[in-house]
Design a protein around this ligand. Structure first.
Ligand SMILES: C[S@@+](CC[C@H](N)C(=O)[O-])C[C@H]1O[C@@H](n2cnc3c(N)ncnc32)[C@H](O)[C@@H]1O
Length: 212
């Protein structure tokens, strides 16, 4: 267990982390890059009505990176963990366009979002016993249920009624979850959306990409 605060680099910022949050990973920057590319392609980088949510924000990594690039957008950073949200708030203290909300996925927050991002826990419960990082990172940030996709499936079920049109949903997944995650998204969205899986710099499946 980390018993102290340490610094971690994510996208263009230095964040602080403590034992209540995941240490942000470089591969998660792909979510930020996909979101920014989609927003720019829609010409909305300066749009003050642009509404984004980072579900399971942890240290605030994704929300804060996006807020730095999109100072006019309204960004919600949510987490089920109050302790994690305190870390995120500290990391984002210079960013007035981020609001922090404690809730379970999208329950308890209203409205539709142009972009929904999430790096939720996606490790299968049985793998946690042999996972080195599980010794010092919180289980609530890692444990994705029996096949690792439990939270991702729950968020997919909530997403269609919470996305604007056009809208984008970006979910980080494990390298071996691309096929199952794509099938889960297609089962929820049917023909309503384009569903694909984006690869990270190592060529591994990393982000489930759903656009309406
Ligand atoms: C893998 S960590 C990712 C943290 C951060 N987004 C990042 O990329 O570094 C997952 C986060 O999801 C949060 N979480 C777990 N279950 C949740 C739920 N049901 N609703 C909202 N957040 C949840 C955890 O507390 C944790 O902060």
């Amino acid at each position: 267990m980390l018993t102290f605060w340490v610094a971690a680099r994510f996208f263009d910022r230095e964040l602080i982390v403590n034992p209540h949050v995941l240490i942000p990973r470089p591969e998660t920057e792909l979510i930020v890059e996909c979101a920014l590319a989609w927003i720019r392609a829609h010409g909305r980088q300066s749009d003050p009505t642009l509404r984004l949510v980072d579900v399971g924000t942890g240290s605030g990594a994704i929300a804060i990176a996006l807020a730095g690039q999109l100072p006019r957008a309204r960004i919600l950073a949510t987490d089920i963990s109050a302790a994690a949200l305190r870390v995120a708030q500290l990391n984002g203290r210079d960013l007035p366009n981020v609001r922090y909300v404690q809730c379970d996925l999208l329950s308890g927050i209203g409205g539709r979002f142009d972009v929904i991002c999430a790096n939720l826990p996606y490790i299968a419960t049985a793998e946690l016993d042999v996972l080195e990082v599980a010794k010092f990172e919180p289980a609530i940030a890692l444990d994705g249920g029996s096949d690792g996709l439990a939270l991702i499936r729950r968020l997919l079920a909530q997403a269609p009624s919470r996305m604007a049109k056009p809208g984008l949903l970006l979910l980080e997944i494990g390298a071996d979850q691309g096929k199952a995650a794509r099938a889960a998204a297609q089962a929820v969205f049917g023909r309503m959306a384009q569903v694909s899986v984006r690869k990270d710099l190592a060529g591994l499946d990393r982000v489930l990409y759903v656009s309406l």
